[in-house]
Design a protein around this ligand. Structure first.
Ligand code: ADP
Ligand code: NA
Length: 330
């Protein structure tokens, strides 16, 4: 019996992954390599739903791959590729477009948020249908599990609906996937405004931890994180969202439980927690930056990894697309 399949994708954003991407998604990618037949891709077709400068997009795609490798993805144990290298994504994406209701697509909150940021006249039809391309991304690999942060839950629901719809209408073709969301880290909050999630687009620079920033700058951001006017270090997301966010980050990066940390910081000040977490963060990002740079400095190796990844991905994707086309009468 084959292992269960996992599939996920991450955008080639400018500069660097942020801490929310890493804790909410990429760490789970690394863990699932051990238990799943795992497929991970850099979703450059999704990136062009908003304006991109060609040279920057190309560089950011490679930077994203380098970061995934630096984070611990091993091309011997997973399939790592770039979305546009596998043309079946766009092809099955079209099929899924034709299966989705206009109203159904209009209800996607990520689209609404992103379109609002672009302005009504500038938002593209590609941005409108990107959740449907994501459906195709997942179904092509017959994925059982999709490691993502909380913000992607609605898209996985859409994926399940469309897989069911296709299977009912045309015969059993697609695996109906489930989201793999690790509750504790599904939503990492902005360091300056713990009411919003940490994100490239909504966070201010001080609230956003970019993994590739200067470690000193990162330490400074942690030390100036917003907490509250109380002094007790206790995990209580409703009453103490800032402190709780710091405890979540601390616990995940060190493998120590929240209860252990609460005990260690009993009777101590917020400053002590922040200083120690700043150090933990520096210890994490320093080697991460160095490893990322090593991959960037070796473009030939990166090319080989991506060529092999695309070949392995296509072998699966082409089979699924052929089956789907056949069912539909194409
Ligand atoms: P972004 O959400 O910043 O635009 P992506 O869409 O490429 O970035 O997201 C990559 C992954 O990171 C997704 O699985 C998403 O759910 C996850 N993610 C993004 N922000 C956070 C966050 N603040 N906390 C937890 N996970 C997050
Ligand atoms: Na997202």
């Amino acid at each position: 019996h084959r292992r269960p399949r996992a599939l996920s994708g991450i955008q080639p954003t400018a500069g660097s992954f942020h801490l929310g991407n890493y804790l909410g998604a990429v760490r789970q990618y690394v863990a699932l390599q051990e238990t799943h037949d795992a497929f991970y891709m850099v979703v450059d077709l999704h990136a062009i739903t908003v304006p991109q400068e060609p040279a920057a997009l190309r560089a950011n795609t490679r930077l994203a791959v380098a970061q995934l490798l630096a984070a611990g993805l091993d091309p011997e144990r997973c399939t790592l590729f770039v979305q546009s290298h596998v043309p079946e994504h766009a092809q099955l994406g079209w099929v899924m477009n034709c299966l989705t209701g206009f109203g159904e697509a209009s209800r996607m909150t990520q689209f609404k948020d992103k379109a609002a940021k672009q302005g009504a006249d500038r938002a593209t039809v590609g941005l409108f249908t990107y959740p449907i391309l994501q459906v195709a991304d997942i179904l092509l690999y017959q994925a059982d599990a999709v490691p993502v942060g909380e913000d992607q839950r609605q898209h996985i629901e859409l994926t399940r609906d469309l897989a069911d719809r296709f299977n009912t209408r045309f015969g059993d073709t697609f695996t109906v996937p489930a989201p793999h969301i690790v509750k504790e880290v599904a939503k990492i909050y902005d360091l300056q405004d713990p009411a919003i999630k940490m994100s490239k687009s909504a966070s201010t620079p001080k609230g956003l931890i970019n993994l590739l920033d200067e470690p000193k700058a990162t330490a400074k951001k942690v030390k100036s994180a917003v907490t509250d006017t109380d002094t007790v270090i206790r995990f209580d997301p409703a009453e103490k969202p800032g402190v709780s966010n710091l405890l979540t980050i601390y616990s995940t990066l060190t493998g120590r439980t929240i209860a252990e940390l609460e005990k260690e910081y009993e009777g101590r000040m917020y400053g002590a927690l922040k200083t120690d977490l700043a150090e933990v963060m520096v210890e994490f990002v320093t080697p991460f930056r160095a490893r990322t740079q090593e991959y960037l400095d070796d473009p030939d190796t990166l090319d080989v990894i991506l060529a092999r990844g695309a070949e392995k991905a296509r072998a699966v994707a082409a089979g699924t697309l052929a089956a789907a086309y056949d069912r539909i009468g194409l």
